[in-house]
Ligand binder design. Sequence first.
Ligand code: MTE
Length: 317
Amino acid sequence: MFVHRSREWDLPETAATPESLALNRRAALAAMGSAALGFGTIAEASAQTPITMPAYSAQAMRFAPGRAITPIKNAETYNNFYEFGLSKDIWRAAQKLPLEPWTIRIDGQVEKPFTISFDDLMKKVKTETRVYRHRCVEAWSLVIPWQGFAMSELVKLAKPTARAKYLKFTSLADHSVMPGLNIPFFPWPYHEGLTMAEAMNELAFIGTGMYHQPLPKQDGAPIRLVLPWKYGFKSAKSLVHIEFVETQPKTFWQQTSPDMYGFWANVNPKFPTLRWSQARERVIGTDQVIPTVIYNGYAQYVASLYAGLPQNKKLFM
Ligand code: MTE
């Protein structure tokens, strides 16, 4: 892991909990390499020349990313998409993802369950660009100009009943193109959850494009979650099913490693996860390591969502 100790936020390596404590089924998966059961090992950041911020509208920039946009080549070639393998370098393998036809099932506690094609869904929503920070629990980050639509629009289309308290999101699981599905112990398909209040929050976004192009396959084409105040693993890719449910759904990582991951996964530099200190982050595409900020710097928009909950590590794992 990249460690740069000249700044005050840098912790010594010993401050991070030893990896050996982190993986509850580690022995069984040892043969699979360091990425097994808990995200991959971080590669060194490559030092590059300073990046100039491209012109994006004030509307797109209204959530003030405060950092330069990540070069597109980094965002497209440094990915987590375990269905295609455990390395960061799955972009070639992901090109096999079939996008046509793509349908999304919306059901559970809704007035009338329905299945909609991706193309038809896009005709019903207002698309926009939002430049957001994107912080992975592995302590690296990007800044991405996403295209897509507010998640609240999708909730309104779905017409949930009063019994709907949570949303459960499920990614595609296609054995014919996704070798990662053969990895044992992972509770495929990849699935995530949000509360209704989180889904209605103005930051919650559904991504369908980035850098003004359709979402690359490796980034979760054709449709994914974008939840910038939470660790990146909450932002499930290549969605095929959205279910409105009454009780809190167990998430993919919660089921895989309950000692490491919980339902909320809000970014907080004060709570290390078992495998990583979360105090700082490597800015991909630069040689910078910077301090991480609570809620990834979006507290003004989202902290109120959690005001009634115990402010302990559960909210941040
Ligand atoms: N969604 C699916 N279906 N499968 C995955 O492995 N990885 C998650 C999240 N969504 C993942 C996923 C993790 S760990 C991260 S950090 C982000 O996707 C990475 O998104 P990016 O590759 O577009 O940066």
